[in-house]
Design a protein around this ligand. Structure first.
Ligand code: BES
Ligand code: ZN
Length: 452
């Protein structure tokens, strides 16, 4: 199988490029047809490699793609999940190469979706292909599911799961949509942060006003919004929303010790990001802050005059998008309510405040002693020739918790990305070496898991 992979690797890259050329941006209405095109492209690939019952399921949003191979009686079933949707590409002028015209440079493939997540789930397609082409069969049962709405909170897959429990029934769910701890370090991720994403709008006077004639006599929504945001955290980095920390699961000493053993360099981290100093919640190390503590960040803010030059105006409204990353056992809906209550309580009477809960997801903590996790650690140890490390991750994949809760399946997060891959940012890329080792890891995982 490894020979087959080596002989065909160049073709895999070309196939991946075709997939990357489809601008499957889930959040933009103008890409709706590209989403359908991408789903059909994937369904065709599934058929070609020998998956059966291949189907694209229409939803109220973007289609789901499903294929299976279920000819290993008495053997476990692996559900493989990935997302074919990608993030928007703005600001376009910061890309060295067009986002949907992938190129190979410096041993990496560059373009939107290379690492998050097309390049990563494509590895599993190629591992299945290797089994079916070389051996004519797989030692386990496979269900392959791809969605087109992960980057917008998986609204329709969330509804699809409870209605299709039998279709998705599995012993574990294999996902490559996370990062390695560092280049060349085999990594299994056992925890993800959750998310609550809010929008706040502050409304003042009934129209934009001359800032000279009216300034000083009426509240400025931008000023008031800024004050509200400033009151959400204190100087020590603690979030001031009452009740916010109530359900936070404390890190155990064992986990804190494990994090320490990973030897994170704050100095190098700061240097790589181009900042003089790191900043975060007092009393926690950087890895603890990133992986196991909840946060609050403003993602965007608009209001008033933002074009070139000056315009003296007192705007009638301003708004901000604010997200909170959550940790076990925080509940995204509960946090949204606490946020809304607090924001409304601190806003002055001189403005009107609207608060919306845009979307969210639960944090994940998966069992480290499950057979699937043990098989995955063994598989990556074999493919990398190094000991596997177990990490948490600061990002979110909310649907994983739904799989775990509703299907009682074990998540295996076998990520081959790197934090330096520029996901959600210009110049996203994925290492071709990781791509190859990921295919091998997938082959080994299927082998190891079939032995349990
Ligand atoms: N692949 C990421 C999750 C991720 C990010 C894993 C960083 C490891 C490191 C995923 O596609 C993603 O970006 N998720 C969103 C989810 C949100 C839109 C509900 C996120 O974390 O912002
Ligand atoms: Zn992703």
């Amino acid at each position: 199988m490894i020979n087959y992979l080596n002989n065909n690797f160049e073709n895999y890259i070309e196939e991946l490029k075709d997939l990357l050329r489809i601008p499957s941006i889930s959040s933009q209405e103008e890409n709706k047809n590209d989403m359908i095109r991408c789903a059909n492209f994937i369904a065709e690939k599934m058929r070609i490699i020998g998956l059966e019952n291949v189907n694209t399921f229409e939803t109220e949003g973007h289609p789901l793609v499903y294929g299976e191979w279920l000819h290993a009686p008495n053997k476990p079933t692996i559900l493989i999940y990935g997302h074919y949707d990608v993030q928007p590409v703005d600001p376009l002028d910061l890309w060295d190469n067009p986002p949907f015209d992938p190129i190979i440079k410096d041993g990496k493939i560059w373009g939107r979706g290379t690492s998050d997540d097309k390049g990563q789930w494509f590895m599993h397609m190629k591992s299945i292909e290797a089994f079916l082409k070389v051996k004519g069969e797989l030692p386990v049962n496979i269900k392959f599911l791809l969605e087109g709405e992960e980057e917008i909170g998986s609204p329709n897959l969330t509804k699809f799961i409870p209605k299709n429990k039998n279709l998705l029934k599995s012993d574990c769910v294999l996902i490559s949509d996370t990062s390695m701890y560092a280049p060349g370090i085999p990594t299994i991720t056992y925890a993800l942060r959750g998310l609550t994403y809010m929008e706040v709008e502050v409304i003042g006077p009934n129209r934009d006003l001359h800032s000279g004639s009216f300034g000083g006599g009426v509240a400025n929504p931008i000023n008031e919004l800024a004050k509200i945001i400033a009151q959400l955290q204190d100087k020590k980095g603690k979030i001031k929303i009452p009740g916010f920390y109530d359900d936070v699961l404390k890190l155990t000493q064992k986990e804190r010790d494990n994090f320490k053993r990973l030897k994170h360099s704050d100095k190098e981290f700061a240097k790589e990001l181009g900042v003089n100093q790191l900043q975060g919640e007092e009393g926690f190390t950087t890895l603890e802050r990133l992986w196991a503590r909840p946060t609050l960040d403003c993602n965007g803010i608009v209001g008033g005059y933002t074009e070139k030059g000056a315009k003296t105006v007192l705007p009638s409204k301003a708004s901000a998008k604010i997200s909170m990353r959550l940790v076990p056992n925080q509940d995204p809906k509960k946090i949204a309510k606490l946020f809304e209550k607090f924001v409304k309580s601190i806003a002055p009477k001189s403005v009107k405040v609207n608060v919306w809960d845009l979307h969210g997801g639960f944090p994940l903590l998966s069992p480290l002693n499950d057979k699937a996790i043990i098989a995955a650690a063994k598989a990556t140890e074999r493919s990398f020739g190094k000991k596997t490390v177990f990490t948490r991750e600061g990002g979110s994949i909310p649907i994983v918790v739904e799989f775990m809760k509703q299907l009682k399946t074990t998540p295996v997060l076998m990520g081959l990305g790197l934090d330096s891959d520029n996901i959600h940012s210009p110049n996203e890329h994925f290492s071709l070496e990781s791509f190859k080792i990921g295919i091998i890891s997938s082959i080994y995982f299927i082998e190891e898991y079939s032995k349990i």
